[in-house]
Design a protein around this ligand. Structure first.
Ligand SMILES: *Cc1c(COP(=O)(O)O)cnc(C)c1O
Length: 472
C-alpha cells in the first residue's frame, strides 16, 4: 500500500526538525498545548491497516508541534536542560539511521570505538582518574544508580560478602550517608538497590545545601567502622553549589567509605579553569555520575557512569552468555558498564560534539553560563521585594518575590509571578521550594543563550511580578 518511499519520511523529518529549530528564537518558550490537549491530539483507535510512510510522519509533526516544549530555546530556563546541540543531534540521527546496537564491540565496532575514545576525552575534560571506566547511560539517574551498584558490590566484597553469589538479603548492614539536599533521583536509585529511606543517614547541610564536614565526621564518630557509602554532590539543584569535596572525601576515606559524587551538571565546573576550584578534591572520589544532556548539550538521552575501579564497575553490570564476547576479553565492552545490553549508540554524538566544541569551547560555554546567571540574579534583585535565596555559585538562580510582605503572601506572589511569566512566554522559568518557601528557578544552561536573552527574560519576569503586585 506504500505510495511514497520510506526515504521520503527521513527527508521530511530532517526538514521539519530544521524548521522547528530555526523558529525557536522567536517562538513562545512554552508549549501551546497542555498534556490533556496533546493526548486528545494523539488519541486514536489501533490502526488495522498500515498507512503511507510520509503521511504518517507529516501527521506526527502536525499533531505533536503544539505540545512541544521549547527545551532547546535560548530563553528556556526550566529544570536543567541543555540545548540538544545541532552537531550532537546530527550524530544522533546517524546513530539511529545506521541502526547500530551498541551492546558490544563485536556487534557494533564503530559504535564501541567512538564510545571508548569519547570516554577517554571525558576523563581528560573532567580531569578524573584516567584509569576509570565510563558507561554511556541515559542520564544522571541511571549513572548514579550504576555507580552505586558498583559501590554496593565492592564495599560488601571488601567485607567478605559476595553479592553476586549471596545476594543483598542477609548481607552485612551497609550504611549510606547522604547530604540532606541531595537530588531526588539519587534516592530513587538507592531504593532500586535495596536501600530503604529510613536506612539512609542524611547529613546536615549549610545554607547553600553543601554537606557540613563536621556533620559527616560526627556520623562516623557514632559508628567508625563497617561497610559504608558516602554520597556527595556537585551542583545542588536549587543553589548550584558544590560540597566541599577535599575535607569530606578525606573524612569518608579515613573510615573506609566508598565516595560517590552526583555531578549531573556541577561536575562540568571542572571543565572550566575559572570555576574548577569548586570541585577541588573531587578527583579523590571512587565514582561520579554526570549528564551529557545537561551542560555538554548532547541530545536526550545521555549520561555517564564513571568508576575509578573498572573491575567493580563491570562486576555490577556485565551480563555474560556464550553468544556474547567474554567479560575477560581485553576490549572495553559497552554493555559491561551499563544496566542494558541492547541500546542506542550514544558514543557517536558525544565524540562529534566534543570534537566540535573542543576543550576551550566547553570551558568558555560553562563560564558564559555562570556569568549570565550572575547577570540575571543581579538585575532581578535590583527590584524592590526581590531576593535571591543563595549565593550564585554556578549557573543556577533561585529568587523569591514580595519578600517585604508576609511569608504566605510572598509564597503566593512568587507562584503567581512564575505562572504569569510562563504564560507570557518570553522565557520559561520554573518553581520549587527551598527551606520551606516557594522560589522561582532559572537554570542558564542552553548553548545559544546570550546576554540579550537574559535581559529580555529579566524584563519579562519583572513585568509579570509588577502586574501581580498591582493586582493585590
Ligand atoms: C538532573 C539531575 C539528576 C538526574 O538526571 P537525569 O538526567 O534527569 O536522569 C540527578 N542529580 C542532579 C543534581 C541533577 O541535576
Amino acid at each position: 500500500m506504500t505510495t511514497t518511499l520510506p526515504e521520503a519520511a527521513l527527508e521530511s523529518a530532517v526538514r521539519h526538525a530544521i524548521a522547528y529549530r530555526r523558529g525557536l528564537d522567536v517562538a513562545l518558550q512554552r508549549p501551546l498545548q497542555g498534556y490533556a490537549e496533546a493526548l486528545a491530539a494523539f488519541q486514536a483507535p489501533l490502526p488495522e491497516q498500515g498507512e503511507d510512510a510520509l503521511a504518517v510522519i507529516e501527521d506526527l509533526v502536525r499533531r505533536a508541534t503544539p505540545g512541544l516544549q521549547a527545551c532547546s530555546g535560548p530563553r528556556f530556563f526550566g529544570w536543567v536542560i541543555g540545548q540538544s546541540h545541532p552537531v550532537g543531534v546530527a550524530a544522533d540521527w546517524l546513530a539511529s539511521g545506521w541502526g547500530q546496537n551498541a551492546g558490544n564491540h563485536a556487534a557494533a565496532p564503530a559504535a564501541a570505538a567512538s564510545e571508548a575514545v569519547a570516554a577517554g576525552w571525558l576523563l581528560e575534560l573532567l580531569d578524573l582518574p584516567r584509569e576509570s571506566s565510563v558507561g554511556f547511560v541515559t542520564g544522571a539517574t541511571v549513572a548514579n544508580f550504576t555507580c552505586l551498584a558498583a559501590a554496593r558490590g565492592e564495599v560488601l566484597r571488601r567485607h567478605g560478602w559476595d553479592i553476586d553469589a549471596q545476594g543483598v538479603f542477609g548481607a552485612p548492614p551497609l550504611r549510606v550517608l547522604i547530604g540532606a539536599d541531595a537530588h531526588a533521583t539519587v534516592f530513587a536509585g538507592l531504593r532500586m538497590l535495596g536501600f530503604g529511606e529510613a536506612q539512609l543517614e542524611r547529613i546536615d547541610t549549610d545554607q547553600q545545601g553543601r554537606m557540613r564536614p563536621a556533620a559527616l565526621e560526627a556520623a562516623f564518630a557514632r559508628q567508625p567502622r563497617g561497610p559504608s557509602i558516602t554520597v556527595l554532590q556537585a551542583g545542588q539543584i536549587i543553589t548550584g553549589d558544590c560540597d566541599p569535596f577535599a575535607p569530606l572525601i578525606a573524612i569518608a576515606h579515613r573510615h573506609g567509605s566508598w565516595v560517590h559524587v552526583d555531578g549531573a551538571f556541577g561536575l562540568w565546573a571542572r571543565a572550566c579553569p575559572a570555576r574548577r576550584e569548586l570541585t577541588d578534591g573531587i578527583e579523590q572520589a571512587d565514582s561520579w555520575g554526570t549528564d551529557g544532556h545537561k551542560w555538554l548539550q548532547l541530545p536526550y538521552d545521555s549520561g555517564f557512569a564513571i568508576v575509578r575501579h573498572p573491575a567493580a564497575h563491570a562486576r555490577a553490570m556485565a551480563a555474560t552468555a556464550s553468544y556474547l564476547p567474554p567479560l575477560a576479553d581485553a576490549e572495553r565492552d559497552p554493555s559491561h558498564l551499563v544496566p542494558e545490553l541492547s541500546r542506542r549508540a550514544r558514543g557517536f554524538a558525544a565524540w562529534a560534539l566534543i570534537r566540535h566544541l573542543g576543550r576551550q569551547g566547553i570551558a568558555d560555554m560553562v563560564e558564559r553560563h555562570c556569568a549570565l546567571a550572575r547577570r540575571a540574579a543581579e538585575r532581578l534583585v535590583l527590584e524592590p521585594g526581590v531576593e535571591r535565596v543563595h549565593e550564585v555559585a554556578l549557573n543556577m538562580v533561585a529568587v523569591r518575590f514580595g519578600v517585604d510582605l508576609s511569608d504566605p503572601e510572598s509564597d503566593a506572589i512568587t507562584l503567581q509571578t512564575i505562572r504569569a511569566a510562563q504564560q507570557d512566554g518570553t522565557c520559561f522559568v520554573g518553581g520549587a521550594q527551598w527551606r520551606g518557601r516557594e522560589v522561582m528557578r532559572l537554570s542558564v544552561i542552553n548553548f545559544a543563550t546570550d546576554a540579550s536573552d537574559i535581559d529580555r527574560s529579566v524584563d519579562a519576569i519583572l513585568a509579570a511580578y509588577r502586574a501581580q503586585r498591582v493586582r493585590r
